[in-house]
Design a protein around this ligand. Structure first.
Ligand SMILES: Nc1ncnc2c1ncn2[C@@H]1O[C@H](COP(=O)(O)OP(=O)(O)OP(=O)(O)O)[C@@H](O)[C@H]1O
Length: 192
């Protein structure tokens, strides 16, 4: 089944503030979307609505294919060494080639380090290792370049191109230039 993600007439209210309204998107066939906007405009809120973790105040989301959200929350046990924490999920996710993924994200030297000691960029690379283990069709990447060095940013770009080149859909929320050809959705265009 080809990956697709659509949103119709989405509105989002946080507290007493309406962040956006009438937001539409329609993604399929390897589409890459860059959601832009200044701090606090609602990019992360939109990503959580698309992921089904937050209710919209209006509108709906439909999708075809499985979906993964990568954000600043690292779903790995902070007390465990990274290798053990990754293995726990590799088994549950049915990861086909975990050692290759660890190598791609250059995590071998960190496998004995407790997750809570990882630096910001190391945590982000561990989050990508988890994402790659899951083989989901739709990637929702919230500020995926935060904390990554130049080489790791380039790697994330090439992994994203590979994902979309294989028919996967990807949404990147970032206030930064992502350095890739992408459709753009400026969240401020949907401000009330
Ligand atoms: N649980 C909450 N209750 C009330 N307001 C919230 C809640 N969570 C977030 N907000 C507010 O919603 C607004 C949008 O937050 P969001 O994280 O979606 O923005 P963002 O565009 O991703 O920002 P940034 O670029 O800084 O990450 C902010 O003003 C934030 O304070």
């Amino acid at each position: 089944m080809p990956a697709a993600l659509a949103a119709r007439n989405l509105a989002c209210r946080r507290g007493d503030r309406l962040l956006f309204t009438g937001l539409e998107l329609d993604l399929a066939d390897g589409a890459l979307l860059h959601v832009t906007g200044a701090n606090g405009t609602g990019k992360s809120s939109l990503m959580r609505i698309l992921a089904g973790l937050l209710s919209s105040s209006e509108g709906d989301v439909s999708r075809s294919g499985s979906m993964a959200l990568l954000d600043e929350r690292l779903a790995l046990d902070p007390e465990w060494p990274l290798g053990k924490a990754l293995r726990f999920w590799e088994r549950l996710d049915g990861c086909s080639d975990p050692s290759n993924i660890v190598a791609i994200m250059e995590l071998e030297p960190l496998l004995d380090v407790p997750v809570r000691y990882l630096s910001t960029g190391q945590r982000k690379r561990a989050a990508f290792a988890r994402l790659l283990c899951t083989s989901h069709d739709i990637w929702l990447l919230d500020e995926p370049f935060n904390g990554l060095d130049i080489d790791a940013c380039a790697k994330v770009r090439s992994l994203t191109r590979l994902h979309c080149g294989g028919g996967g859909v990807c949404v990147i929320a970032s206030h930064q230039d992502i350095g890739m050809d992408a459709h753009t959705l400026a969240i401020e265009d949907f401000a009330p």
